[in-house]
Design a protein around this ligand. Structure first.
Ligand code: B1M
Length: 210
């Protein structure tokens, strides 16, 4: 049996090779991919964040941990995607302008795919007009916005405003998330929902598409 605590520790230590091999073994043994993400990967990144915040580690450590997390996520993604059958809705998702954090956004994207949504991921540093164009082109039911910096949160409001001025606001639901974001902020900017976690994003998206 794969030793899942090794996955947690490998992400903290930035050991991408071990993170990937433990994930691969666990999946081959039939481990639940959502459990791997929620109980080991996210918890490891929480610890990475805590160490950074209290000055025990610095940006290079963050980067190698992020790389290890991505290596493990890349293996989980196709397994989650296989779970979805007929798309239950279309989602356009991205990290807002000025913001390069993509781990949380990727998790949300993969979980939504696993939950049966067709997801178009625009990546990071996405300008409001790119969200608007993608919503129109993909005929999206939901647009998902992620922000990890207090300085980039206002870009979420800019997306809502851009959707309004292009006459698309009534056609699409807006969900937002990311560590500094709150339910109050969602209400303030006129988004439809705030989701604290990737798992919550799936249940919220399902409710929003009825
Ligand atoms: Co940055 N960073 N970072 N960083 N980084 C934070 C966010 C910070 C809180 C650290 C700190 O100082 N305490 C701080 C922000 C402070 C603030 O604004 N209040 C910060 C800073 C300051 C910066 C830089 C400015 C640092 C610098 O250069 N001096 C810089 C900014 C770059 C930029 O974006 N322009 C920067 C850079 C980086 C790295 C590149 C080194 C790296 C990112 C690597 C990458 O993403 N590819 C990084 C990291 C790793 C972090 C921390 C440590 C971890 C973020 C993370 O991946 N968490 C973070 C500290 C922290 O959060 N404790 C920090 C794990 C992830 C699973 O959680 O993203 O919260 P999270 O996603 C969750 C939920 O929030 C939710 O679901 C996810 C899973 O359940 N969620 C959604 C997220 N999006 C959602 C969307 C939804 C729904 C739910 O619907 C659409």
């Amino acid at each position: 049996m794969a030793e899942l605590n090794k996955l947690h520790d490998a992400i903290i230590e930035g050991d991408a090779k071990t993170a990937a091999s433990v994930t691969e073994q666990a999946l081959a043994e039939g481990a639940d991919p959502q459990l791997l993400v929620a109980d080991y990967m996210i918890k490891a990144m929480d610890e990475v964040g805590r160490r950074f915040e209290c000055g025990e580690s610095f940006v290079p450590e963050l980067l190698i941990s992020a790389r290890a997390m991505k290596a493990a996520l890349a293996l989980v993604r196709p397994v989650l995607a296989q779970r979805g059958a007929k798309p239950v809705g279309r989602v356009v998702i991205g990290t807002v302008k000025g913001d390069l954090h993509d781990i949380g956004k990727n998790l949300v994207s993969y979980m939504l795919e696993g939950g049966g949504f067709e997801v178009t991921d625009l990546g990071v540093d996405v300008a409001p007009e790119r969200f608007v164009d993608a919503v129109r082109d993909k005929k999206a039911d939901i647009v998902g916005l992620s922000a990890l910096l207090t300085t980039t949160m206002p870009s979420m409001k800019n997306v809502v405003e851009a959707l309004k001025s292009e006459g698309l606001r009534e056609a699409v639901k807006v969900i937002i998330g990311g560590a500094p974001v709150t339910g109050q902020y969602a209400r303030d900017i006129g988004a439809d929902a705030y989701c604290e976690t990737a798992v919550a994003a799936v249940s919220t998206a399902r409710k929003l598409v009825g």
